[in-house]
Design a protein around this ligand. Sequence first.
Ligand SMILES: *[C@@H]1O[C@H](CO)[C@@H](O)[C@H](O)[C@H]1NC(C)=O
Ligand SMILES: *[C@@H]1O[C@H](CO)[C@@H](O)[C@H](O)[C@H]1NC(C)=O
Ligand SMILES: *[C@@H]1O[C@H](CO)[C@@H](O)[C@H](O)[C@H]1NC(C)=O
Ligand SMILES: *[C@@H]1O[C@H](CO)[C@@H](O)[C@H](O)[C@H]1NC(C)=O
Ligand SMILES: *[C@@H]1O[C@H](CO)[C@@H](O)[C@H](O)[C@H]1NC(C)=O
Length: 620
Amino acid sequence: MRSPLHILHFLSLVSALWPQPISYEHGSVVLFIKKDVQFYWYEAGARNVGSVADQHPDQQPFTFASNSNTGPNAQETLKLRKRYTESSFDDVNDWDVEEGVSGHDIIDYAIKSSWRTLFRWNLYPWKFHPRNWDEPSPQDQTTGVSEIHIRLLHADPSNVAKPLAGEVDESYILKLDEGGKATISANSSVGIARGLTSFTQLFYKHSDEKHVYTPYAPVTIHDAPKFQHRGINLDVSRNWFTVADIKRQVDALAYNKMNRFHLHVTDSQSWPLEIPALPELAAKGAYRPDLVYTPRDLKHIQRYAAIQGVEMITELDMPGHTSSIFYSQPELIAAFNIQPNWDTYCAEPPCGTLKLNSSAVDAFLDTLFDDLLPRISPYSSYFHTGGDEVNKNAYNLDDTVKSNDSAVLQPLMQKFVDRNHDRVRAAGLTPVVWEEMLLEWNVTLGSDVIVQSWQSDEAVASIVEKGYKALVGNYNYWYLDCGKGQWLDIDPSISAQQYPYYDYCAPFHNWRLAYSVDPYAGVPAENQHLVIGGEAHMWNEQTDPVNVDRMIWPRGSAVAEVLWSGPKDAEGRNRSQIDASPRLSEMRERLVLLGVGAEPIQMPYCTMDGMQCQLGYTGN
Ligand SMILES: *[C@@H]1O[C@H](CO)[C@@H](O)[C@H](O)[C@H]1NC(C)=O
Ligand SMILES: *[C@@H]1O[C@H](CO)[C@@H](O)[C@H](O)[C@H]1NC(C)=O
Ligand SMILES: *[C@@H]1O[C@H](CO)[C@@H](O)[C@H](O)[C@H]1NC(C)=O
Ligand SMILES: *[C@@H]1O[C@H](CO)[C@@H](O)[C@H](O)[C@H]1NC(C)=O
Ligand SMILES: *[C@@H]1O[C@H](CO)[C@@H](O)[C@H](O)[C@H]1NC(C)=O
């Protein structure tokens, strides 16, 4: 019989990486790393002594021949672009003032933030070892990690920071030899950033608070994402979030190797997005005139995401979910705030929808999109025009339509969506819509459009069956708001029938449930290429900056691993919670150290003692 202690020892050595790479081989040699570790950044192509290298005239470019074992680019000559020393890691570039984000910005940011993660907010891993464990001793070190070679194997495409799905290769190869030399190779800057993220997860802080080491040398990692679109959707209309609250979520999602950040920025409850051409929109539509995102804020958030290889997708949900426009332009909105029987006219109060046959609405949307889209296009290839939960009865009260008949409404909706998508395309962007536009309203969409599903696995199957690219995010698994109970106050007259006040999508979806999702569920093999990824959704009726971190994390991490690593392990089996849980616990600790208030998923007792907290373990 296998000794349980043997199992414990084994498990305590295999944690670290989240999400799980395609392949990860490692030894058990301890290597310390010092703050003066040198980062060398090499890149392919023409001799390039661009602006970054120019700032360091003492460091002349020199050539670096690739090793034959690092892929098909063996013959390619890489040239040194920049060498980083300890003093480089804290100079904050003026990345926030320029327009657009380049691959060089991404690598520079990734190197600096990885250095800070390694040396400022690293993890003392006591929760992952038994009591009285043998912590590596800094006295024993003979060699350490001395050099980190960053090897960008190909020149980046110009849209590296705002690709369409699949246009940027995020794969990387990470090697760390016993002699202390680390190499991260990738075909794109984003791949380098992903590799550096993995690199930081190999290291721990010593309890002396001074030393940092990895117990895993030598290491070889080959990695690439399974799905092209891996994101979180954050609703910042139902509750107000500061720019810092939003950036914290971006940091967390980048650390989980997610690459899309969907900002559901407006809704019926508030319009916090400032539109200079329509100044009253936010001045009156926001909860408070000062609770707004200025153009500068919007740019800052988009840049902050893009520089971490995360493309922001801004959503203006319409024609439903728009009542907040009423505060500035009442003539554009039908069925505003019908009470008390709001549920005939909308999914949640306040009701209100953009009128569907109104030239005033059309002119308003021209102005709105003309103002906003040119500020999106430097940072994203997408724009989300919404389209969920449109209530037909609201158009009985729309003086431009006065009907809830599908035969009347459908052609108007087609025109409404066509005009919006023409505006989006004219700005060089690709439209994203909620599934109802296609599946309930039968709107004919351009073949470029991505359809975001939320209601069922069957909806995903129908979207791809019709030939459209689909995003998954079934509310039964990936809605992070569910299970908190009703936010509506139930009248005593119906209290008994509503008892015990569950919300519509209860119960709470725990990480194990989120983790068990197969994005291909019910999709025939020949259509699976159209399932390009998915998003977990944070709707915020009952979430604000106080609890948002723990509402999203680490459940968002479970979603991130499904989308990066795929729902099946290397043997084609469903991923095991027994494998995932210590790694997810460690990811949670690392997120906390990065400033994200992620929830614990277990007691230290479970992670310290390996196999004590399993149920039904069969030994494989
Ligand atoms: C880079 O691209 C090549 C050729 O397409 C591919 O074989 C390799 O896996 C990619 N990734 C890395 C990290 O080299
Ligand atoms: C839409 O508006 C136009 C012009 O105001 C009107 O002629 C037309 O009948 C309206 N369509 C519907 C379906 O009400
Ligand atoms: C359409 O509106 C009429 C008139 O208000 C109403 O009686 C009917 O139930 C509505 N149809 C639907 C499907 O809600
Ligand atoms: C869309 O098509 C379905 C099936 O033909 C139909 O039941 C539904 O009423 C249509 N929706 C609209 C808004 O026309
Ligand atoms: C694997 O997970 C799926 C859900 O994605 C579930 O339906 C199926 O039963 C699981 N298979 C096994 C063998 O547990």
